[in-house]
Design a protein around this ligand. Structure first.
Ligand code: SF4
Ligand code: FES
Length: 197
């Protein structure tokens, strides 16, 4: 496997050609914030919190580090005024959905994001997909899925599967950056399999 030379925040990094920018940065001890990324799961690229500035073919572009593969002589900046501002606005949008998320509030502090900038639409789920993908890819159970599209998109436990599989598992619970997953599970439990508790 050939080696790729990239520059991240002024540091020369030798990366494997199969790596993403995020993986190359992590190998070099450079932190890029993430929300929907999990090292055991396939790349997803939903939240864009990992956005970085990259110089590609003489142009400056903004790419999601968790999905963008490295390429030779790529120059990456993980922080810049524009990167910080992109992350700030993304966090403000996410906080409109999950205003009490500790994980989001910690990041908001770092980027100066205002949790009250956008009108609250507290769905609590920020659609990171971690729960759905963990259950499908790691547990191979598909006990949770997404329903609907657009503004109505939400997670949903499949009661017949959840009643059999979830009580003894719950491995997805700590992955959720908000309180949405536990709330959805408690609701499913109460409505669909009340006799199990
Ligand atoms: S319930 Fe939590 S883990 Fe699942 S998609 Fe929503 S925010 Fe992500
Ligand atoms: S962490 Fe990269 S898009 Fe969510």
């Amino acid at each position: 496997m050939s080696e790729i030379l990239v520059q991240i925040d002024g540091k020369e990094v030798h990366a494997k050609e199969t790596m993403t920018i995020l993986e190359a940065a992590q190998c070099a001890g450079i932190r890029i914030p993430t929300l929907c990324h999990h090292e055991k799961l396939d790349s997803y690229g939903a939240c864009r919190i990992c956005t970085v500035e990259a110089e590609i073919g003489g142009r400056t572009v903004y790419v999601a580090a968790c999905v963008r593969p490295v390429e030779n002589n790529l120059v990456v900046r993980t922080r810049s005024e524009k990167v910080n501002n992109i992350r700030k606005v993304l966090l403000e949008e996410l906080l409109a959905h999950a205003p009490d998320s500790v994980e989001l509030l910690e990041m908001a502090q770092e980027y100066g994001a205002d949790r009250n900038r956008f009108e609250k639409e507290a769905s609590f789920c920020v659609l990171c997909g971690l729960c759905v993908r963990y259950c499908a890819e790691i547990k191979k159970k598909d006990a949770i899925g997404f329903v609907d599209r657009g503004a109505r998109r939400a997670i949903n436990f499949i009661p017949e599967i959840a009643a059999k599989e979830c009580w003894n598992c719950k491995e997805c619970f700590p992955l959720c950056p908000t309180s949405a997953l536990q709330a959805a599970y408690v609701l499913t439990e109460a409505l669909a399999f009340p006799g199990s508790t």
